[in-house]
Design a protein. Structure first.
Lengths: 112, 191
């Protein structure tokens, strides 16, 4: 799956990758790769700026630690990040249902 | 572990475009990617090329970081707010018949030059394609803006001239903008 198709959904996936606990940039990338069964084809270098953008928005918090003599930056979902993640999930469900209804010519789920 | 040559050159390219802290984070990531490819059975050269290809071109990474740079979104917000605050001050000065005041010529000159410089710096901070240029411009613009927003009420309000609604409104907006600018400056310093 190409980066173009993921536009608008990357932030939600990054927040979801941090839902179970802190991860550093490479671990986030590995999580996206394994959780998607290897289907996500993202330029790895663009994940880091996206994490920084989420940090500036207050949705994740970054901190440095030292691992094997090297400084490593990890990210944690903040209190503001959790409702944001739920919001992204709800948006995705609506989006996926709408696109699925059109592509597969099935009726939109009746709320009643 | 000695850094392989291709990765070292790649990181040097990033280093020329981005701050040290960001490059340090990227170095950790690319080295782990490189080791994963080595563990998967690639030779050193192929593992380096695969890791670099996965990360993408340095120009694209630098551009993405520049878009997320501290100060950039503040500069864009302040550019949008500028006409509102400037308009209020213009209304306040017209209402106070500022052209009848007897003041040294240096003050009107400063009133024209300083905001023009700050606007130019804000435009650079909001749209410059280079991280360091955007960050430097944002810092300078924010300091200039704080100076303007402290000097204007300080000159006009403190001597007992805060006597009209336009002046009170303009002073309030300037103080609110000072708070925004100081918060953005702190974020720039922390990153």
């Amino acid at each position: 799956m190409k980066a173009e198709a993921l536009k608008g959904h990357l932030d939600g996936m990054l927040l979801a990758a941090l839902e179970d606990g802190p991860r550093h940039g490479y671990a986030v990338i590995e999580h996206l790769r394994t959780a998607s069964g290897g289907h996500l084809d993202l330029p790895t270098g663009t994940i880091y700026p996206a994490l920084h953008r989420l940090e500036r928005a207050g949705l994740v918090a970054g901190s440095w630690s030292v691992v094997e003599g090297r400084r490593r930056r990890s990210y944690t979902l903040t209190d503001a990040g959790r409702p944001a993640l739920e919001g992204r999930r709800a948006e995705w469900k609506t989006f996926a249902s709408a696109v699925g209804a059109v592509l597969e010519a099935r009726p939109w789920p009746n709320p009643a | 572990m000695a850094e392989p040559r291709l990765i070292r050159d790649y990181l040097a390219d990033l280093n020329a475009r981005l701050p040290e802290g960001i490059v340090e984070e990227l170095r950790d990531g690319i080295e782990q990617t490189y080791r994963r490819h080595l563990d998967a059975g690639l030779d050193q050269y192929a593992a380096e090329r695969a890791a670099i290809a996965e990360f993408g071109p340095p120009a694209a990474i630098a551009a993405a970081f520049t878009d997320a740079a501290p100060g950039r979104s503040a500069a864009r917000t302040l550019l949008r707010l500028g006409p509102v605050v400037g308009g209020c001050w213009a209304a306040a000065l017209i209402n106070a018949r500022a052209w009848t005041w007897t003041i040294p010529m240096i003050i009107p000159s400063a009133v024209a030059v300083v905001p023009a410089t700050v606007i130019a710096l804000l435009i650079t901070a909001a749209f410059a394609p280079h991280y360091r240029a955007a960050r430097r411009a944002a810092s300078a613009a924010l300091i200039g803006l704080v100076a303007i927003d402290v000097a204007l009420p300080g000159t006009l309000a403190l001597p007992g001239l805060l006597n009209s609604w336009p002046l009170i409104l303009a002073t309030g907006l300037s103080l609110a903008r000072t708070g925004l600018a100081i918060r953005a400056l702190r974020r720039i310093r922390l990153n």
